[in-house]
Structures are given as C-alpha cells and as structure tokens.
Design a binder for this molecule. Structure first.
Ligand code: NAP
Length: 318
C-alpha cells in the first residue's frame, strides 16, 4: 500500500466510499420496503359518490391457494369480493365459506375457464360493469404438471395452456378492466409473478410467461403514472409457497397462501414496478445477486431433477 502513488490511493478511497454508500442506501431501502414501509391499501377502500357504492376487489384463480388467501385477506379488510375460477361448484363453496367468516362482506362469483382463451373474454367487463371495482389481483397461474420437459418436448396444447394461464389471461383481463379502474381511481392492480422469471431450465413456458408479466407490469405501470391516472400497478415476485398446487410444508421460507397474501398486501406502498411479496423470499433473492448465473442454473436443474423423480415415484404409487 505504501508504494501506491497518493493520487491512486485517494481515488481508491473515493471508490470504496461510493461503494459503501451505495451498499448502505440499497440495504436500507430494501429493509424499509420489505419490513417497515406502511401499506397503502386503505387508499383503494373508498366509496363511490353520490350513491355510496362500496369498493370491490376481484381476485383471479380464487378457489384455492394464494388466490383464496387474497380473497380472505381482502374480505378481512372490508372489501367486497368477486371470486374468479373455472369450477362453479367450487366457487359457490368458497363463497359460502367467506360468507360465514365475513358476514358483512358481499361476494360474487365469476366463472371463466382460462384454458381456452378466446375473444369472448371481452364480455367479462360487462359482467362487472355495475361494481365499484377498485382492486384487481391478477393471481391466476401455475404449472399443472411437474414433468419439467425440455423446450422441444412441450406439446402444442401444453404450451398454449401454460402461457395462457400465466400470462395471456392477466394481459387480456387488465386490458378490458383498465377503463373501469381508471374511472374508479384511486385503484390498484397487483400482478403475481415468480422467481421463475429469472429463466430456469426445464420450466421454459412457465418462466417465459412470468417474464411477460414482469415486462407487462413495467410498461403498464409507466403508462399509468405518465397519464396521472391514479391507478397503480405493482408486480409481486413470489418464491415457494404452500398452496393448492404446491403441497410443500409451511416453514419460514415457505409461507402459507394466506400468509403470502397478507404480506403482499403490505407492499402496496412500494414504488415497483416489481417487489418481493414476502421478506424471507427477498433474502433468498440475494443469491441471484451473489452467485454467477451458471451456478444458479446448475443448482435449479438439480432441484428440478429431484422434484421430477418425486413426481414420478408418486405417480407409480398411485
Ligand atoms: N405456490 C408457489 O410456490 C408459487 C411460487 C411462485 C409463484 N406462484 C404464483 O402464484 C399464483 C398462485 O399460485 P398457487 O400456487 O396459489 O396456485 P394453485 O394453488 O394451483 O391455485 C390456482 C388457482 O387458479 C385456478 N385455475 C387454474 N387453472 C385455471 C383456469 N384454466 N381457469 C380458471 N381458473 C383456473 C385454480 O382453480 P381450481 O381450484 O379449479 O383448480 C385455483 O383457484 C400463480 O400465479 C403462481 O404462478 C406460486
């Protein structure tokens, strides 16, 4: 060190100081966003004058998992609720459960199977027209089979189903409901994404769909802010969650669906466009910063191999 020219030493000190400042600011704002920042959800709980229509929220894929968790949490916070799903009997069952737990909340069901998406989806906007809708939770998603195919092993049908369920349904529903949400502003749209948007091997269609959700969220939220619409869109990055489709046991890093929803609703004050929905997942997310991509790809491929084997042995037993 003693042999270094003083000008180089001073420059290195400045670089060190700048790095330390950047790290401190990034860590502090991360901690503030993840733990301390208050939720702004109450902004969207307003009545429509002069007829005093109460605020409604719509949750897609609400018959199970994280979607039902959002439904419970929104009812708990006094929102009236539209539950979307594909199975009428299951929707009625969930509606009955919410009526028992939240007797003061009104509910409605919206039946639409997102598998075979067609232009008839535009008619859904008419079905909801009479409601003072202020919150839309684009939750529907997931992968039906844990078979982790290579890209070329995906059939036409599988490709269509995964991309439609995880990306296209959200895209179209937002497109058709945005005018109504703008009229009802302040309004909020939450889009559920996944760490899979990072681009994992053997999960091509799911990962790519969530990548679309991330870019869609960034574009739409920028447009909404520039136009000063009063509608906020936020994307939520989600790690492993115990749900209807994911039977992992609950632990610190695998919250229950309701825990995840509660935590996600606490993030509405964040700037976005993307934010971690649950703070322990954001800690796991540090790995994406620290480790090189090739290592993450190897680790994730090994994990998927294990899940595939487990799914195969389970299928054999059944
Ligand atoms: N769980 C996780 O570990 C995890 C991790 C990262 C991201 N996420 C994301 O979180 C969101 C919710 O995941 P989840 O694990 O809670 O899912 P889930 O437990 O599998 O529940 C999916 C919900 O969507 C409904 N649904 C499925 N296909 C449908 C279709 N074609 N039309 C209409 N409704 C349909 C299901 O209805 P039925 O009851 O009729 O099946 C159910 O209500 C997804 O966007 C997922 O990608 C989850």
């Amino acid at each position: 060190m003693d042999n270094l020219p003083p000008s180089l030493l001073t420059s290195l000190q400045y670089v060190g100081l700048a790095t330390l400042t950047w790290l401190t600011v990034t860590t502090a704002s991360g901690i503030y966003d993840q733990i301390l920042r208050p939720s702004t959800l109450s902004r969207y709980h307003h009545h429509h004058h002069p007829d005093q229509q109460p605020p409604w929220a719509l949750v897609t894929g609400a018959t199970g998992g994280i979607g039902f968790g959002f439904a419970q949490e929104l009812c708990h916070r006094g929102f009236h609720l539209v539950l979307h799903g594909r199975n009428r009997a299951k929707l009625l069952q969930r509606q009955a459960e919410l009526r028992v737990d939240f007797p003061h909340v009104q509910t409605r069901i919206l039946v639409y199977d997102a598998t075979d998406l067609a232009s008839d989806i535009d008619a859904l906007a008419t079905e909801l027209q009479d409601l003072h809708l202020t919150v839309l939770i684009n939750n529907l998603g997931g992968d039906e089979d844990l078979d982790f195919p290579r890209t070329e092993e995906n059939t036409f049908i599988r490709t269509q189903r995964v991309i439609t369920r995880n990306a296209l349904f959200t895209t179209h529903l937002t497109r058709i409901l945005l005018s109504q949400l703008k009229r009802n502003a302040p309004a909020l749209i939450l889009n559920i994404s996944s760490i899979a948007a990072y681009g994992f091997p053997y999960l091509t269609m799911y990962s790519a769909s969530k990548g679309l959700i991330n870019s869609f969220t960034a574009s739409v939220s920028a447009e909404l802010a520039l136009d000063k619409t009063g509608v906020k869109m936020l994307g939520l990055i989600v790690g492993n969650v115990s749900s209807q489709g994911n039977q992992s046991p609950v632990s610190l890093f695998t919250p229950s669906s309701r825990q995840l929803a509660r935590s996600a609703l606490g993030k509405t004050g964040c700037a976005g466009p993307m934010v971690w929905a649950y703070w322990p997942h954001s800690l796991q997310g540090l790995i994406f910063w620290v480790l090189p991509r090739w290592m993450i790809v190897r680790i994730s491929a090994a994990e998927m191999g294990k899940l595939k084997e487990m799914a195969h042995s389970k299928a054999k037993v059944n």
